[in-house]
Design a protein around this ligand. Structure first.
Ligand code: PSV
Ligand code: MN
Ligand code: MN
Length: 397
């Protein structure tokens, strides 16, 4: 690695944005136990303050995603101002049709028109939130599915899903051409036999039927083991429908661990395809990349704020390494059928240690060279632990 080579790609790191999920700051856990963390937020304002701390120390996380009704407030315009004062914006609005008894057998796919309408109305309410917060994206992840063969009419559910989404989409389009509906897929859980949006193909088929303002969200933890996720990335970009990422790591299922911790090479391969496919654009004139980067993680045993700092740094580091791939040399080797030569070009970039260059790059921008260390020395953790006493800590499981 030469600093000169890093300097060539450094401008492309400018303006990189990774959205933080509000829920990452509250307590979370597994079905076995949710461990309380001293200083965990009790309000959405405290979550936003924590997210803003991540941004202050890294310059990488300028927005926070909301989850409704977890982040329900009376005054979203007021919340937007509060966030702006803290130095961040409100981002993607996530709907939730998985924590209400009525949705036991589904929401947008339910056989009962009344329950379907309730789920649709919830999404329309999310759109109103978006109008007040200025959010671009409505992200929909559905827990809908069934546990036993024969339990449900798979085709009927798919058709009802299409109808429900069309109603939501119609209203979204009225809010403006920049708004997007982003449909997330996941292969199993909480349903164990079938899931109504289990894979990218189903999500793609549903969003294409809606229109241009509907895209797919790829959560890196939502595939069967062994899936070549970067291939999915390539294909969705090729089809013009990759809307966003929910980044996290997994060893087994939807583990929601720190992105880049389980398989850094996979993160590199994914980011390479994003760049290769034209999906990486921090410098787009509207300030938005077409492919939104978001974290979707649950910090169960580690501290939340440094957990998020580590995550955005991992994404930045792998982005830098993916930008370092010598694309001309790679193309030449590929065209020449030079199997090992092409592989070597690819691996050279992956194996480049960019940490010192990134530290210097941060310092040049008035950011701490080592954000993890800066957080540990900032006193913020001690301050929130002392200040946040009384009230109820927020948690999402
Ligand atoms: C459930 O699997 C999930 O983790 C999805 O990935 C959503 O994005 C997230 O919850 C928040 O609704
Ligand atoms: Mn997700
Ligand atoms: Mn998930």
């Amino acid at each position: 690695m030469t600093t000169a080579r890093f300097a060539q790609i450094a401008p492309q790191l400018e303006g990189q944005a990774i959205e933080l999920p509000s829920w990452a700051f509250g307590n979370s856990g597994t079905r076995f136990k949710v461990f309380g963390s001293p200083g965990a937020p009790r309000t959405i304002e405290e979550k936003i303050a924590d997210a803003a701390t991540v941004h202050r120390l890294t310059g990488l996380a300028p927005s926070v995603a909301l989850h409704i009704p977890w982040d329900l407030v009376d005054d979203y315009a007021g919340l937007r101002s509060y966030a702006a004062e803290q130095g961040v914006a409100l981002g993607t609005v996530n709907s939730n049709t998985f924590q209400d008894d009525d949705y036991k057998l589904g929401g947008l796919t339910h056989v009962d028109a009344k329950i379907r309408q309730k789920a649709i109305d919830h999404h329309l309410e999310c759109l109103e939130v978006m109008a007040a917060t200025g959010s671009r994206d409505l992200k929909i992840w559905l827990a809908d599915g069934s546990n036993y063969p024969g339990q449900a009419d798979l085709r009927g559910r798919q058709d009802r899903l299409a109808d429900s989404l069309a109603t939501i989409y119609e209203r979204l389009v009225e809010l403006g051409p920049e708004r997007r509906l982003v449909l997330e897929y996941k292969f199993f859980e909480p349903a164990f036999y079938h899931t109504d949006v289990p894979d990218w193909g189903t999500s793609y088929a549903q969003v294409v039927a809606l229109g241009d303002q509907a895209t797919v969200c790829l959560d890196t933890g939502h595939h069967a083991p062994g899936t070549n996720i970067e291939f999915v990335v390539m294909q969705l970009l090729r089809l013009g429908r990759l809307g966003s990422f929910d980044f996290n790591s997994r060893f087994y299922a939807d583990d929601d661990l720190i992105v880049g911790s389980a398989d850094p090479f996979q993160l590199f391969r994914i980011l390479f395809e994003v760049i290769r496919g034209g999906g990486y654009g921090p410098a787009n004139p509207d300030g938005h990349s077409d492919v939104a980067f978001m974290l979707d993680q649950c910090h169960n045993v580690e501290d939340k704020i440094p957990g998020q700092i580590r995550s955005v740094l991992n994404v930045q580091e792998m982005t830098a390494r993916a930008l370092l791939v010598d694309r001309d040399a790679l193309a030449a080797a590929q065209e020449a059928g030079d199997v090992l030569g092409a592989h070597e070009v690819f691996m050279d970039a992956y194996q480049t240690d960019v940490r010192a260059d990134l530290a210097a790059w941060r310092e040049e921008r008035g950011l701490p060279a080592y954000p993890m260390k800066a957080y540990a020395e900032s006193g913020y953790q001690q301050q929130i632990e002392a200040a946040r006493v009384g009230g109820t800590q927020l948690s999402w499981t």
